[in-house]
Write a new protein. Structure first.
Lengths: 315, 499
């Protein structure tokens, strides 16, 4: 187990180093200059030069990369070039929106996908299966931002139950904050649930066809005991992988939904930082999101190991 | 199985009840505050340290004030200076400051603050994006608490106008360094807080020197997505969007009795800039052909859903110095083809058109490209973001043939006299004319010269002159006192009130 851990952790660190180099290089090659964007087109050349110096853009790229990595090693993410606020402070505020949003969407998507996927598998070929898979097809085809707009039109504009967007902050209480996140989470969850329910169905069908399930049936166990007690556990391995990937996507990929609902989340911050060429902010955000995805897949791997001892030796 | 589905339904119901319950809106009460939806979040809140209009859209006239101010009609009005005397044949300006003006931290406004503000603006380490506004000022004196004397190094007919810009507001030496995150000015509203990514809140300044604001609070919410702006208005989350990003939705609001739509003018001349460093576009026949190929009204209808005024040169139609020159090179595709044939331009000649993010450029670009294709060009549309536009089109190698951009600075015809400006127009006669205008202070005489300058640009078909950008605001019906026009990029809330 220790060897497995060390191999995995080393891989994790190397992946992140590679990611940092790619992010840094991509930002260097990107046309556009933070100082110029900040100061506009009418600025005098000397003012521009002073701003570039202040932002550290006049120093060699290799040196700036080294400083960044050294800072990261000591836990210092630096200060946003545009907002003059420590990167970590900004990210922390945005995570307070994005993480709960992702968790809520994840819960909703799981709550939708598991029962529907299992039902479709058990009732394979029957009306319930056809209906559920039909809805899943629609869920896959509908872009989440469009679904989000539909939700806004119904619940905010027509019914007036919730705001069309924005986030009141956690200081105002958990209720209003969760209320503001519910529609965007639902919009995010729909397509994820569609993908996941198809996966659940396929995986369940596979395990339901296994010999041990037939044996269980032969023993006279009830249908639900077989499904929950015997089949679901083994069907969960591919499902868990997908769920891990989906959660990562929900945190990193909510850019569009955050725009539709004008939520102050990580995705919107990243987009804004790219437009403003806030290099410090962009590179740290991208690296943090990479770290998040890598760590999540690491956890999923660890979960496999826990589920199936054979995998510990095989990897 | 049934049990599980039951539990799931119950869980969902609990979640719905928990989340939707507390958010149900309470009945409307008499409104005293304002929530304004703005498209862009500013990087910081100091208008004297950066170019983004998003800064001025929050703080100009609300938090910060200058010696003069620009009003809704674009006229220069007294601001912190109660009055002024122009002496020495226009070479000296003596400003008398208003009595009883205090900054939001309680410090009194003194002449030395003005001296500090202007000297700070032009200092070597200043981040002021418009140092040119102050270039005529030779020295600043503050002989007593209420008098400021500006001595000029040349006559500057626009000095009072320049001092009304957001880049020239008066700041307090004690708080200036923190204005980016905690702005302290003299205006009718005080800064409360800024939740980054979400909103900036202001509150009424009870110690304001002038007429106190009718609103007791103002919140600026950042809503970049046009569809979200429309939804926020419809749901009542915001009271006004001063520049709606979705012109296609305006008809819906015009038909809705809960809303008013204000269509006004801006200083934004929207042009199809042509890179005259390219041999092809150096030929005036080719430039005229391009202008003849463009149906301005079709561009306005296609890109802006009809909002905008056709222009024939680089000047705002609402200006007293404006002259309508749209007839100089009217829409005439046959003439365009003939001119291209005469200039020896083969059909299928490629043109690269770089398009920045605003809707006028991206949608306008598609219409213009189709029109140019109709006369034989092969137009390659390349979408770019602003960072890319500045470094590839505006600066650097000027790697473009065509671009669509709105020049939003007021009274900016002088850019055509600049050496090595991005479209590369170089006409000594025009430069001479601009110098002549600088030395003239009589308004009538200036206007005549400005008209001459406009005609020169139209005759030369320097750029494809498309249309003057409109300002389209959507607000709740009961809201009064909003600016219809945008002579500067600001949302002056001084006179805004609920009816």
């Amino acid at each position: 187990m220790a060897g497995f851990l060390i191999r995995r952790l080393t891989g994790l660190v190397l992946t992140l180093l590679a990611a940092s180099a790619v992010v840094f290089l991509a930002l260097e090659l990107l046309p556009g200059d933070a100082a110029q964007i900040l100061l506009g087109t009418e600025v005098r050349p000397d003012t521009l030069a002073a701003m570039r110096a202040q932002l550290g853009l006049d120093r060699p790229a290799a040196l700036r990369y080294a400083e960044w990595i050294a800072g990261l090693a000591t836990g210092d993410l630096g200060v946003s070039q545009v907002y003059h606020v420590p990167v970590w402070d900004m990210v922390r505020d945005r995570l307070a929106v994005s993480l709960p949003l992702a968790v809520l969407a994840f819960i909703l998507s799981t709550l939708l996908a598991l029962p529907f996927g299992i039902t479709a598998a058990v009732k394979r070929g029957r009306l319930a299966d056809t209906l559920i898979m039909g809805f899943a097809q629609i869920g896959l085809a509908v872009p989440n931002f469009w679904f989000g707009i539909l939700l806004i039109l119904l619940f905010a504009v027509q019914l007036g139950w919730v705001s069309a967007g924005g986030f009141p902050g956690w200081e105002g209480g958990v209720g209003p904050a969760l209320g503001a996140l519910f529609l965007p989470a639902l919009a995010l969850a729909l397509s994820e649930a569609a993908i996941l329910s198809r996966m659940v169905r396929a995986s369940m069908l596979e395990t339901l066809g296994e010999d041990y399930v037939r044996t269980a049936r032969a023993k006279g166990l009830s249908g639900s005991r077989i499904v929950v007690g015997h089949a679901l556990g083994n069907a969960m391995i591919p499902i868990a992988t997908l769920m891990g990937l989906q959660f990562a996507f929900l945190v990193a990929g909510a850019v569009i939904i955050e725009n539709v609902f004008y939520l102050p989340g990580v995705g919107r911050l990243l987009l804004q930082a790219i437009f403003e060429r806030d290099l410090v902010l962009v590179r740290n955000l991208v690296l943090m999101l990479s770290a998040f995805v890598v760590a999540l897949s690491f956890l999923v791997d660890m979960a496999y190991g826990a589920i199936d001892p054979r995998l510990r030796r095989a990897t | 199985m049934k049990r599980q589905l039951g539990a799931f339904t119950l869980g969902l119901a609990i979640l719905l009840g928990l989340t939707l319950g507390p958010a149900v809106q309470t009945p409307a009460q008499a409104k005293t505050g304002l929530i304004m939806g703005v498209t862009l979040e500013p990087p910081h809140l100091d208008p004297t340290a950066g170019a983004p209009a998003a800064i001025d859209e929050i703080v100009y006239a609300n938090v910060f004030e200058g010696l003069t101010r620009i009003d809704a009609q674009g006229q220069v009005k007294p601001g912190l200076a109660e009055r002024w005397v122009i002496e020495d044949d226009g070479m000296t300006y003596r400003f008398i400051l208003r009595p009883g003006v205090t900054f939001h931290d309680g410090a009194a406004l003194e002449a030395s603050d003005v001296k500090f503000s202007f000297e700070r603006a032009v200092a070597d380490d200043s981040e002021n994006a418009q140092k040119g506004l102050f270039s005529a000022i030779d020295s600043i004196e503050a002989p007593d608490d209420k008098t400021v004397i500006l001595k000029l190094n040349r006559k500057e007919g626009l000095l009072l106008w320049n001092l009304g810009w957001g880049d020239a507001v008066i700041v307090d030496p004690a708080s200036a360094a923190d204005n980016k995150t905690h702005p302290i000015g003299t205006g009718p509203f005080k800064f409360v807080d800024w939740t980054q990514g979400d909103q900036v809140r202001l509150t009424r300044n009870p110690d304001y020197w002038g007429t106190a604001a009718a609103l007791d609070a103002a919140t600026f919410k950042f809503i970049p997505d046009p569809a979200a702006q429309v939804a926020a208005l419809l749901a009542g989350d915001v009271d006004v969007i001063p520049n709606i990003g979705a012109p296609e939705a305006v008809a819906q609001f015009q038909a809705d009795p809960r809303f008013q739509v204000l269509v006004g003018t801006t200083e934004g001349e929207t042009i199809l800039a042509m890179n005259q460093r390219r041999p092809l576009l150096q030929d005036v026949r080719v430039r005229r052909a391009i202008q003849h190929a463009i149906d301005r009204q079709a561009v306005i209808d296609g890109a802006m859903f009809g909002f905008g005024t056709p222009i024939g040169s680089h000047f705002a139609p609402h200006s007293p110095a404006y002259t309508d020159l749209t007839g100089v090179t009217p829409y005439d595709p046959e003439k365009a083809k003939a001119l291209l044939a005469e200039a020896g331009v083969a059909p299928g000649t490629k043109l690269v058109m770089k398009l920045p993010p605003p809707v006028y450029a991206r949608r306008g670009g598609e219409v213009v490209a189709a029109q140019l294709q109709a006369v034989g060009f092969d137009v390659d549309q390349i979408p770019v973001d602003w960072g890319q536009w500045v470094s590839e089109v505006f600066k650097g190698d000027h790697d473009f043939d065509l671009t669509i951009v709105s020049h939003t600075e007021p009274l900016d015809i002088g850019i055509y006299a600049r050496d090595d400006y991005y479209f590369g127009y170089d006409n000594p006669a025009f430069k001479e004319l601009m110098l002549k205008i600088d030395g003239v202070s009589d308004p009538a005489q200036r206007n005549t010269l400005y008209k001459e300058a406009q005609r020169m640009l139209a005759d030369d078909a320097v750029n494809g002159f498309l249309f003057q950008l409109a300002k389209v605001a959507v607000a709740k019906k009961e809201l009064k006192g909003l600016w219809a026009n945008a002579p500067i990029q600001a949302n002056d809330l001084t006179g805004v009130k609920w009816e």
